[in-house]
Design a protein around this ligand. Structure first.
Ligand SMILES: C[S@@+](CC[C@H](N)C(=O)[O-])C[C@H]1O[C@@H](n2cnc3c(N)ncnc32)[C@H](O)[C@@H]1O
Length: 279
């Protein structure tokens, strides 16, 4: 039988070409396989490993560029873990900035009812619902797997009473009146060259926004304006600020601002629309 130490040497070698941190990822996958934390691996590195073939198949999947999160079925996001699987976007750290921006508005304006477009794993809606115990959220998605996974995650955190997930294009099936919309929509141009782990494993519906990339973003802006909703906050691509700014000026919005991610790339925007009073 093989020891922890020798398995890690083999796994690190096997992951050399597919990961930036092959030893670290080997340790994570071995920890997952053994249901132990990483410190255990160092403390007991002469221990033998049961079911070594199973561990090897996890390493082979990673060597084939399958994202770590799909292999273990879980992703860390903000302060929680979320179930994920193929068909659902793995939530990205930059989306935490969008959440903090929206949280500031919810707090300042005392909002109690918002919508999310493109729920994915449920990352945005779940974090916001956990931050604000009086907040109700209706979240949409066009794909079945994200809807199923988001509902599972919402249940895991006991939020079924306040976060509803519905199958809908943008806001088409949303009947509740909401005060703010948040979205991290697909915004990548169809022909953009993505890394293998993203291109071959993550869902196209979550990535590509059209020929230019910003088509769905613009449609979301138009739909939220048409619904007379006051606030819209969206994530966007690093190269979309100029086109979106021109679009905001063309259609007329009361106020907008862009924000950057931690790498100082343009990453999203907040819009406040002029609310038309109903007679
Ligand atoms: C980039 S992912 C974001 C997932 C999640 N909100 C997050 O931030 O991790 C975009 C999501 O939007 C969904 N989507 C794509 N087009 C849509 C549309 N027209 N209406 C609603 N959802 C859409 C995709 O299926 C995908 O789950």
């Amino acid at each position: 039988m093989t020891t922890i130490k020798s398995s890690l040497i083999w796994a690190k070698q096997r992951l050399q070409d597919s990961c930036e941190r092959p030893l670290f990822e080997s340790e994570l996958l071995l920890s997952y396989h053994l249901s132990k934390d990483r410190t255990y691996l160092h403390a007991f590195d002469d221990d033998k490993i049961d079911n070594i073939e199973e561990f090897k198949s996890l390493i082979e999947r990673r060597a084939n560029h399958e994202p770590y999160e799909y292999i273990v079925g879980s992703a860390s996001f903000y302060d929680i873990d979320l179930a994920v699987k193929e068909g659902v976007l793995i939530p990205r750290p930059e989306t935490e900035i969008l959440i903090d921006l929206v949280a500031d508005i919810i707090k300042r304006e005392n909002l109690t009812s918002i919508a999310e477009i493109g729920v994915g794993s449920g990352a945005i809606s779940i974090i916001l619902a956990r931050k604000f115990p009086n907040l109700k959220i209706v979240a949409t998605d066009i794909c079945d797997i994200p809807i199923e996974v988001a509902r599972e995650n919402i249940k895991r955190y006991g939020l079924e009473d306040r976060v509803e997930v519905i199958k809908s294009n943008i806001l088409d099936e949303v009947s509740e009146s909401v005060e703010l919309v948040v979205s991290n929509p697909p915004y990548i141009a169809n022909d953009f060259k993505l890394e293998k782990n993203v291109k071959e494993y993550e869902p196209k519906e979550a990535l590509f926004g059209g020929e230019v990339g910003d088509e769905l973003l613009k449609q979301i802006v138009l739909d939220v304006k048409a619904e007379n909703i006051k606030y819209l906050a969206c994530e966007m691509g690093y190269n979309q600020k100029e086109a979106m700014e021109k679009f905001f000026n063309d259609i007329g919005v009361k106020y907008y601002k862009f924000y950057k991610d931690l790498a100082r790339f343009d990453r999203g925007f907040l819009i406040e629309f002029e609310k038309e009073e109903k007679l």
